[in-house]
Design a protein around this ligand. Structure first.
Ligand SMILES: Nc1nc2c(c(=O)[nH]1)N[C@H]1C(S)=C(S)[C@@H](COP(=O)(O)O)O[C@H]1N2
Ligand SMILES: [Mo]
Length: 416
C-alpha cells in the first residue's frame, strides 16, 4: 500500500474487503492511520525451528485445557477430565484436549512388549503384537467417543455453569486401526459364539462384555488418533473403539479378548453403566448413545459481548447414525428454527451446526434439539427422566437450556 492510498481507506471499504458488510455497527474499528497497526513482531525475529520439535498452542491459549472437578471422585487416578468444548471449532478434538476417563490412571506401555491375546470360542487362540495387528487392512474413520456419564452432573441436579462440565465428556477424532471383525475371523469363530470379554492391561483390570454382533460390525482395534499414535491417556499402544456406543465399551490398553456365549456381567456393566428404572429393573447393555446436542457459542463460557449479529454454533451427535436436523429455539422450546449443518455430516460423528442471529439485548432461553437418521428426536429433560428413571446418572441426552440475560451473560437453567 502506498501512503497516498492510506488516506482513502474508509471503514466501508475495509468491511467489504473482508466480506463483512452485513455485520452492522460494532464489528470493527475505524482505521485512521493504517501504519499504526503494523505489528511490532514484524520488526524482529521469532523463535527458530529448533525450539519446538513438538509444537504447542500459543501461550495465549493457555486457558484452553482439560479440567476436572475435585469433589467428583476420591482420586485423580479414578476420575474424569473434561474437553473444553466452548473453545473448539469444527468437529475434531485436538489430541491433547481429548477428555480422559480412567479407572486406575493412564499407564505408559511400551508398544513392543504389549500383547493382545484372543482365546475362548475360537479355532486358533492367538497372541498378537501391535506390529502383527498393523498387517491387517487399515481404516481411518471419524467417530465421537462419549462417556455414558456425560450430562451426569445435570441428572444429579448440580447446575454446572459451564458447557465443559455439562457436556465435556465427549471428543471426536479420526481413529486409525484395523477391523476387529478381520482379526476375529482370522482366529476363526466357533459356532455358538455370541459375546466377547474385552480386558485391559491397566491397574483396574478393566473389562467389559461386548455382543459379538457389534464386534463384527464396525469396531476398530485402534492405534492412532488424528494422524498420530494414540496418546497414553487414550490407551496407547492399542485400544478398542466401539463406534456410537458408550465410551466404557471402548477398552483402552486392550490386552485380552475372550470369546464366549454369554456376557460376563462385570462390575462395569452391572453396578456401573446401567440405568435403574422406577420399577426396580435395570437397563443393561444400553450401549448406543442416543441423539444429543448442545450450543457451544453462546454458552456460559462464551457470553454475548455486544449487540447485533451473533454466530450461534454447537455440536450434535448420535450413536445410531447421521444427524439429519438440528433445530434451535430462542424462547425455551416454543418456536424452533432449523440450523445449518456444516459438512462433513458423518455417521456416529460430531456434527457442527450453525445459525447466525441478530440480538438486541433481549432475554433468551436458548435450546438445541437434534434429530438423527432413525427419526429419533432428542427429548426434553422431563420426558427423558420419565423414561430412564429418577435415580440414574448415565445416558442423559436431554435438551439443554442456556438463559441469556440482557447483559449477555449465559447461565445453565433447568426447564421442567
Ligand atoms: N482400560 C480402560 N479402558 C477404559 C477405561 C478405563 O478406565 N480403563 N474407561 C472407559 C470409559 S468409562 C470411557 S468413557 C472411555 C474414555 O476414553 P478416553 O479416556 O480416551 O476419553 O474409556 C473406557 N475404557
Ligand atoms: Mo465412561
Amino acid at each position: 500500500m502506498t501512503p497516498g492510498m492510506k488516506s482513502r481507506i474508509t471503514r466501508r471499504m475495509l468491511m467489504r474487503a473482508a466480506g463483512l458488510g452485513a455485520l452492522g455497527a460494532g464489528a470493527g474499528a475505524l482505521v485512521r492511520d493504517a501504519w499504526a497497526v503494523v505489528p511490532e513482531t514484524r520488526k524482529g525475529l521469532g523463535p527458530g525451528v529448533d525450539t519446538r520439535p513438538y509444537g504447542m498452542p500459543s501461550p495465549h491459549e493457555k486457558e484452553v485445557v482439560r479440567r476436572f472437578i475435585p469433589w467428583m471422585n476420591a482420586t485423580t487416578e479414578s476420575s474424569v477430565s473434561f474437553t473444553p468444548l466452548h473453545a473448539l471449532e469444527g468437529i475434531i478434538t485436538p489430541n491433547g484436549l481429548h477428555f480422559e476417563r480412567h479407572h486406575a490412571g493412564a499407564p505408559v506401555i511400551a508398544p513392543d512388549t504389549h500383547r493382545l491375546l484372543i482365546h475362548g470360542m475360537v479355532e486358533r487362540p492367538l497372541v498378537f503384537t501391535v506390529e502383527d495387528l498393523k498387517r491387517f487392512p487399515r481404516h481411518s474413520r471419524f467417530h465421537f467417543l462419549e462417556c455414558a456419564g456425560n450430562g451426569a452432573l445435570e441428572w444429579r441436579g448440580a447446575q454446572n455453569n459451564a458447557v465443559q462440565f455439562t457436556h465435556g465428556m465427549i471428543a471426536c477424532c479420526q481413529w486409525t486401526g484395523v477391523l476387529l471383525r478381520d482379526v476375529l475371523q482370522y482366529c476363526g469363530l466357533k459356532d455358538g459364539a455370541k459375546w466377547l470379554l474385552c480386558e485391559s492391561a491397566d491397574g483396574a483390570g478393566y473389562a467389559r462384555s461386548l455382543p459379538l454382533k457389534r464386534a463384527l460390525d464396525d469396531c476398530l482395534l485402534v492405534f492412532a488418533q488424528n494422524g498420530e499414535a494414540l496418546r497414553p491417556e487414550q490407551g496407547y499402544p492399542l485400544r478398542l473403539l466401539v463406534p456410537g456406543c458408550e465410551g466404557a465399551a471402548s477398552v483402552k490398553w486392550l490386552a485380552r479378548i475372550e470369546v464366549g456365549d454369554a456376557p460376563w456381567m462385570t462390575r462395569e456393566e452391572t453396578a456401573r453403566y446401567s440405568d435403574l428404572r422406577p420399577d426396580g429393573k435395570a437397563r443393561l447393555f444400553s450401549l448406543e448413545m442416543e441423539a444429543n446436542s448442545v450450543i457451544t457459542n453462546p454458552c456460559p463460557e462464551n457470553p454475548l459481548k455486544r449487540k447485533g449479529m451473533q454466530q450461534l454454533s454447537g455440536l450434535a451427535w448420535s450413536g445410531r447414525g447421521r444427524i439429519t436436523a438440528v433445530d434451535v429455539s430462542f424462547d425455551g422450546g416454543v418456536n424452533w428454527r432449523a440450523a445449518r449443518l456444516e459438512e462433513p455430516v458423518l455417521s456416529k460423528c460430531l456434527t457442527r451446526f450453525r445459525l447466525p442471529f441478530e440480538w438486541n439485548g433481549e432475554e433468551m432461553l436458548l435450546q438445541s434439539r437434534a434429530v438423527d437418521e432413525t427419526g429419533y428426536v432428542q427429548p426434553d429433560y422431563t420426558t427423558n427422566r420419565r423414561n430412564k428413571g429418577e435415580t440414574g446418572i448415565y445416558h442423559n441426552n436431554s435438551i439443554t437450556t442456556w438463559h441469556v440475560a440482557g447483559t449477555g451473560e449465559v447461565t445453565h437453567v433447568q426447564l421442567d
